[in-house]
Design a protein around this ligand. Structure first.
Ligand code: AMP
Ligand code: ZN
Length: 474
């Protein structure tokens, strides 16, 4: 029996107890990145919180299958089918082809995704792999009378639905209707303001690079259709949980539900999990705003990506989180203290199974209770302070790390190794670092590289960080 699990279901606008369709199993879909630029640390916050969700579900005893798309075609700079194609804009900006852009930024995305301790989804599917599936769904929607062709494009007809704004309260619905009216640049083909494109042919983007043949002419898919199709391709007609950031609620997820349920003729997904944004002092982080703060950039500045994860875990996923270097530095200090504490633990005998179970229960209550990650870290602190032996504490740190993924034990081992290092070797290393710094100052990079290689030969790796050169035995 799985541990009781609850989280905020945006569809019902309240925290609900989670019950999957199939006992013990969870099928989950995640909206993946649009790969026209780097993923900023805000995007990565969203993926960290989803990672906590899947790991907390596994901790609770569920077997989770998760699918994620890569948006490498069709996402326009405005969600309302207006604006420029994001991928094309990226390609123009960098004088590359759309596929080169997609490959480069997909790789960059996963480098950062992995660095913060995330587990990769079981299936990762680029939209460009699924064109026949998109065409099939659009054809069915047309046959069922939920879509129409106008001006060469295929549109979803939102007036065919009883309730289009499924995520909103009555008051919000009114505000949205006004918003949509004010917001949308006129597309004369649409019958209703909220209608959206399923397949583009007569697009204003004549130079769209990726095009496919379809029953409606050569063209390309709308953005929303890809998530519905990719989800059904790998998870079937029902999913338990669909995830995204709060900006995905409208219009993206609203449109995904509209087309999926019209296509299927039944409810598609019962639980919708949305995490809130990371902001900086000037407001919401955005890829299109210019300078992009990425996890890789934080790493270059000397921050361990897992410290960024720790920073995210200290606040609740439903609240906006403000990023600042001061706050991150505080997370560094707290993380280092935890590593130091873990490094002092010795294998001192048998694990006290009773105590271990008690703490694991408290930890599970925290992470399975609407993902209370700050409470979960408090349980970790309490366990480290508890009146029990070190072996039990080590076992608990290891157990909690199945969800937290902070690699405290790995970092603690590296720390103790540094402490145990032979004083002569340490002196040699420090001298070598000094010699290298001097060589770099003299712009003698050949010598600097030779010193790095000499250290590597002795099993010492060095890294240039914001706080100076760091070394570790490998
Ligand atoms: P995109 O690549 O723009 O489609 O975004 C990838 C994911 O990041 C989506 O699930 C968005 O909801 C989410 N996201 C976008 N901006 C932010 C932000 N400032 N903070 C947290 N998540 C975000
Ligand atoms: Zn999506």
């Amino acid at each position: 029996m799985a541990h009781k699990f609850s989280f905020y279901n945006t569809l019902d606008r309240r925290v609900e107890e989670f019950t999957p369709r199939e006992e013990g199993k969870v099928s989950m879909y995640t909206c993946g990145p649009t790969v026209y630029h780097y993923a900023h640390i805000g995007n990565i916050r969203t993926y960290i919180m989803q990672d906590v969700l899947i790991k907390a579900l596994a901790y609770a005893g569920y077997d989770v299958k998760r699918v994620m798309n890569i948006t490498d075609v069709g996402h326009l700079s405005s969600d309302a089918d207006t604006g420029e194609d994001k991928m094309l804009a990226g390609a123009k900006r960098e004088h590359k082809t759309v596929m080169e852009i997609a490959k480069y930024y997909t790789d960059a995305f996963f480098a950062d995704f992995d660095a913060v301790g995330n587990k990769r989804p079981d299936v990762i599917e680029p939209a460009t792999n699924c064109i026949p599936e998109f065409i099939n769904m659009v054809e069915t929607l047309l046959k069922k009378g939920y879509a129409y062709v106008a001006g060469g494009n295929v549109y979803f007809d939102t007036s065919k639905l009883k309730d289009y704004y499924v995520f909103s309260s009555e008051v919000e619905k009114e505000a949205l209707q006004v918003g949509v009216r004010d917001d949308v640049q006129e597309d004369a083909n649409k019958k209703n303001k909220t209608d959206f494109v399923l397949w583009f042919t007569k697009s204003k983007f004549e130079d769209q690079a990726l095009k496919w043949d379809s029953p409606w002419g050569v063209g390309y898919p709308g953005w929303h259709i890809e998530c519905s199709c990719i989800s059904m391709k790998h998870l079937g007609e029902y999913i338990d949980i669909h995830c995204g950031g709060v900006d995905n609620i409208f219009p993206h997820h609203t449109n995904e539900i509209a087309q999926s349920e019209s296509y299927l003729g039944h409810e598609w997904c019962k639980y919708w999990f949305h995490s809130n944004h990371l902001n900086d002092k000037s407001g919401k982080m955005s890829k299109s705003k210019g300078a992009i703060l990425t996890v890789s950039l934080l790493k270059e500045k000397g921050y361990d990506p897992l410290v960024y994860r720790f920073f995210c875990l200290q606040s609740h996923y439903r609240k906006p989180l403000e990023f600042s270097y001061e706050a991150l530095d505080q997370a560094v200090a707290a993380y280092n203290k935890l590593v130091k504490r873990a490094s002092e633990l010795k294998e001192d005998g048998a694990v006290d199974e009773k105590v271990k179970k008690e703490f694991e229960e408290k930890f599970a209550d925290a992470v399975c209770g609407d993902l209370n990650t700050s409470m979960a870290t408090t349980v970790l602190y309490d366990a480290l302070k508890a009146d029990t032996n070190d072996a039990t504490k080590l076992a608990l740190v290891e157990s909690f790390d199945k969800v937290l993924s902070l690699d405290l034990i790995g970092h603690a081992k590296a720390l103790s190794q540094d402490a145990d290092v032979d004083p002569e070797l340490e002196k040699f290393i420090l001298d070598a670092i000094e010699r290298r710094a001097q060589a770099k100052k003299n712009k003698d990079f050949a010598t600097a590289d030779a010193i790095r290689a000499e250290l590597l030969e002795k099993g010492v790796e060095i890294k240039d960080t914001r706080e100076g050169v760091k070394w570790q035995l490998i």
